[in-house]
Design a protein around this ligand. Sequence first.
Ligand code: KG4
Ligand code: ZN
Length: 345
Amino acid sequence: MSQKDIIILGIESSCDDTSAAVLKNSAILSNLIARQEIHESYGGVVPELASRAHQQNIIPVVDEAIKKAGITKEEIDAIAFTRGPGLMGSLVVGTSFAKAFSLAMNIPMIDVNHMIGHVLAHFIDDEGKDKPEFPFICLTVSGGHTQIVLVEDYLKMKVIGTTIDDAAGEAFDKAAKLLGFPYPGGPLIDKHAKLGDPKRFQFSKPQIQGYDYSFSGLKTSILYFLQKQTKENPAFIEENKDDLCASIQSTIIDILFKKLLKATRDLNIKQVAIAGGVSANSGLRTALQETGKKEGWKVFIPKFEYCTDNAAMIAITGKYMFEKELFADQSCAPTARYSMENIGN
Ligand code: KG4
Ligand code: ZN
């Protein structure tokens, strides 16, 4: 190993996935994720169960990530962990683990903002793929957030648009629940949407000022529509599942793109990325490519494994913070709400 190599262990435990990754410079050596299936039957993440599952999973997942990376723990230069935003009981598991590991190994710990992690996933080495240049716009869409982010540098970001109620992932999951899918339903809507007609059903779209979003009206509009239709025909959902999924998905994408287009045109930015769990959606990925062609954008779409929650994105963010010596200390506490602006300032 040359003198300049930096090895970072990343830990992610903000919601219901326990993940550990090993990063060497900008390349991922391992990225392991333990998913918690326990929440499926509850129709959403149960915080207390998530916290307990993280406690059970964290040590085996870290062990396996180190083994798979082919390194020893003595080679790790720093541990980066998600400090927030997220569920308190989940965050505390990753934070406590990072503190103990940092103390035991006598290495720095780095407190990473999960949302910055989603954006910086674009800077993980991926053969043949370009990385965005600054400034660029990133549409960050997950189960908890929907943001238009102006990315001026690795650790300098401005949230110029956000949702005033539900996140895009929540809109997918809540619509999926109404259709009878288990949690999280977003990927199932995606799967059925591929077989359906996106123009078959129309749902209401919000009229919100600026670059902000709203998704709660859409959920209500789907609910009322389904109530009316199933009264007349109890098998309506089953008989129209694919078209319903395609129509719901295309409505969510239309809502997302209306504001994304406005922001890129107003700011005259031609480099556009997507990030977060919903960026795994095939319709959204295609829409970005097609809109990008029309608008003359250079577009950036993350690898599937770096879309939904993962520790690789925490490790790469840790690397940029390590270079600036932005370290946390043992008094660092997890935080459920955590602004991604002004990191290190
Ligand atoms: O980023 P993420 O893994 O966790 C949060 O930080 O919230 O995002 C999870 C969200 C869930 O709402 C899930 O349904 C959604 O991402 N999601 C999708 C797809 N894959 C994950 N939504 C639509 N289509 C997908 N293929
Ligand atoms: Zn996330």
